[in-house]
Design a protein around this ligand. Structure first.
Ligand code: ADP
Ligand code: MG
Length: 704
């Protein structure tokens, strides 16, 4: 860290004398041209080589590291193509036990030219005992050259926690590590600008700054220092993410909104009174939060988060009535035709008695028996108080200049760009997003970080219990018998075949075959069929016959997944359950358990799929969507849960969404403070930060 030959992050690698020009070229081919870019090649794991003294070779389940010397090499061939190379080794420093370790590489004939007798290697892998010999198969290895230069370099590669890099473009592990080491020796770490604001966010990180973290992350002094560094960099990552979402929030709130106060609350009152139930406490609390937002002049941007069946729709409708009372229109957008139809049917049933006009707008059907509300209104939507449709409605914002509230049902992909479309005639409507994807709170802060969140965390009391079972096809006859029994008691059943992709013909076929089979199994009871390949007219017809109870069992693909609400259906059988994520199964299962009857969900798996049985057990144990989501997150990572919601965001390199909850909350607090001082991040000291944060702003959104 002498000032004479010190580098900054922008120093071009060409100006680093320690690097050979082939090396510079190789790095450049991978897009690494500056010191900063080189140091951003973070290790993807570490090997603890700090304890290298030899205590004998022993079989191990975990990979181990040894410094060995090759005593013999041989190639064994099984034919022209296949064979293996093996090298017999002993411990390099001292071998009091006189033990031997065999390294073995299959189908890598060139190894006999790479490895020679008397060579010293650092090897890393699992040791197995095979026919009385201790064998390390396909070890990772580094050659220790015996020369003076290498001896000096040995301190980089052994006797410490050693970084392991993902190699690309012909780069070699040991060489890359040495290069990063050499460069780090001369980086002036005080020249590295911090991303986190000073004073330091947290006592825990008091001694750390970005420059030091960059050194430590490559060559940590010890395990606890490494963990501290990782946490520091994780905090930084979360901070940038939070700045992004909070800025999106600011941008939305900077639009001109409507003030939609509860005048008398007459409409909503009569609506709620007309329901055959009273709101749960959680529903009431959520509704109050929504109302407060709608009353304020800034446009609302709120998420109503609640497990399947918790009763989000009613809350949303009550909010819509507040917009209507304030003299505006309200729109409800559903992800599918079926759900739009269902919402439409409910809204007509509940709201038309109150004298309200409800209209349906989907790509396939436009229905309203609605005369214009006021004489001089021209556009077709103007007559309706309440508009219900698929997301296509979004694209028609200009036809809804009086839109006061937009409710987006079951949509995770409702991003900045879509929201911007809702702005018409200079006004941004209040926005309420409904979701049943019970993502853990921490994840919600990230994905929905620009939204305020209301959570319905209790279900109506009158719900029957759901019993979940995992079964194999052997039990089909028993299951059919059980379903017949339920049907004879007046209940209904869903039978679901997996859908990998809407256009999957095979699945439609499986459902069609299943339909035949179940028609026989359940005869003379009536079975219906529904899949994504059907036109919407027959689809709607089947759905309404099932809804009315005429059809006793519905064989379908996952088109019934979200939102469908038929309380009398209390049995669900899901075939090939192993193909679904836990969260998705939970959603599907949410179609039952909506009435007062006890419900049964049967998850069908292949005979010997032990892994699936184990995974699906969480669904047997609990109907708590949040626990299930966490389990899903643990097992499959956030990608599946979020779908493309997080696309566009860089994946997290250091932060762990499950484990680093405290850091995430801390990052949000710091980000809030930063933006309250400097909403546009225009402080000259925040140049780099601004670039990192603003790169994801949608072009449509600008801050006035
Ligand atoms: P989701 O949150 O899954 O969208 P819905 O809004 O579809 O749930 O509600 C599920 C069912 O529960 C509907 O039949 C609805 O009428 C009913 N429901 C809603 N709130 C209550 C309540 N407080 N008490 C009893 N039933 C309710
Ligand atoms: Mg719903």
């Amino acid at each position: 860290m002498t000032s004479a030959a010190s580098y900054t992050l922008t120093t071009p690698l060409e100006a680093v004398p320690d690097l050979t020009s082939p090396m510079v070229k190789m790095l450049a081919n991978e897009g690494i041209t500056t010191v900063g870019e080189l140091l951003a090649e973070f290790p993807f794991r570490y090997e603890d080589r700090s304890q290298m003294e030899f205590k004998g070779f022993t079989p191990s389940l975990e990979p181990v590291c040894h410094h060995v010397r090759v005593t013999r090499g041989r190639t064994v061939r099984f034919g022209r193509r296949s064979g293996f190379f093996e090298a017999a080794c002993e411990a390099a420093q001292s071998n009091p036990l006189n033990q031997q370790l065999t390294l073995r590489w299959f189908n890598m004939p060139f190894m006999n030219r790479t490895i020679a007798v008397d060579m010293e290697l650092i090897v890393y892998g699992k040791i197995k005992e095979i026919k009385g010999r201790l064998v390390m198969g396909h070890p990772e290895y580094e050659i220790v050259r015996g020369d003076a230069e290498d001896a000096g370099a040995l301190q980089i590669h052994t006797g410490r926690i050693v970084p392991i890099y993902r190699l690309r473009g012909g780069l070699r592990q040991k060489l890359l590590r040495a290069v990063i080491w050499q460069v780090l020796q001369k980086v002036d770490d005080s020249s590295v600008a911090d991303r986190l604001p000073k004073p330091k966010a947290d006592r825990e990180f008091a001694g750390l700054h970005r420059g030091k973290a960059l050194c430590d992350v490559h060559f940590p002094i010890g395990k606890s220092e490494l963990e501290l560094t990782r946490r520091y960099l994780a905090l930084e990552e979360f901070y940038i993410l939070q700045l992004r979402v909070l800025r999106r929030r600011l941008l939305w709130r900077a639009n001109t909104g409507w003030q939609q106060p509860v005048h008398q609350g007459q409409l909503a009152q009569s609506f709620l009174k007309s329901l055959p139930f009273t709101l749960t406490e959680a529903q009431q609390r959520s509704l109050d939060e929504i109302r407060r937002d709608m009353t304020a002049p800034e446009p609302m941007n709120r998420l109503l988060h609640g497990d399947v069946g918790s009763g989000k729709t009613v809350v949303a409708l009550a909010a819509m009535l507040q917009a209507v009372e304030a003299g505006h229109q309200a729109a409800l957008m559903a992800p599918t035709q079926i759900l739009a139809e269902q919402h439409y049917a409910n809204a007509c049933r509940w709201l038309e008695p109150l004298g309200l006009r409800v209209a349906l707008r989907t790509a396939e059907r436009k229905e309203d028996n609605v005369a214009p509300l006021f004489q001089n209104q021209k556009t077709s939507h103007d007559g309706a108080h309440i508009l219900i449709g698929t997301h296509a409605l979004l694209f028609d914002a200009d036809a809804m200049p009086q839109l006061g509230l937009a409710v987006i049902d079951e949509q995770h992909k409702f991003g900045v760009a879509q929201r911007a479309r809702l702005i018409a005639a200079g006004h941004a409507p209040d926005v309420l997003v409904l979701t049943a994807t019970p993502i853990p709170r921490t994840l919600a802060l990230t994905v929905y970080g620009d939204l305020d969140v209301s959570t319905i965390d209790e279900k109506p009391l009158d719900r029957g219990q759901i019993v979940t079972l995992v079964r194999t096809e052997k039990k089909l006859a028993d299951i059919a018998k059980f379903i017949r029994g339920q049907i004879e008691e007046g209940r209904q059943a869903y039978i679901v075949y997996p859908l990998i992709d809407e256009s999957d013909k095979l699945v439609a076929k499986a459902a069609t075959a299943g339909f035949k089979e179940w028609s026989d199994l359940l005869a003379p009871h009536l079975v219906g069929l529904m899949h994504g390949k059907m036109d919407s007219a027959p689809k709607n017809e089947v759905m309404s016959r099932f809804r009315s109870g005429e059809i006793n069992a519905l064989v379908s693909t996952t088109v019934i997944e979200v939102g469908v609400d038929i309380p009398n259906a209390n049995v669900m059988v899901i075939f090939n359950a192993e193909r679904f994520g836990l969260a998705q199964l939970h959603q599907l299962r949410g179609r039952i358990g909506r009435g007062a009857h006890r419900s049964h969900c049967v998850l069908m798996i292949a005979e010997k799929d032990v892994e699936a049985r184990d995974r699906l057990n969480i669904l047997v144990e609990t109907t708590d969507g949040f626990r299930i989501a966490e389990e899903d997150l643990r097992r499959r990572g956030p990608g599946d849960l979020l779908g493309s919601a997080q696309s566009g965001e860089a994946p997290l390199k250091f932060a762990d969404l499950l484990g680093d909850t405290r850091l995430l909350t801390l990052a949000r607090r710091i980000a809030e403070r930063t933006l309250s001082e400097d909403p546009t991040l225009s402080d000259p000291g925040r140049e780099e930060l601004r670039m990192l944060v603003l790169e994801t702003d949608a072009p449509a959104a600008t801050l006035q």
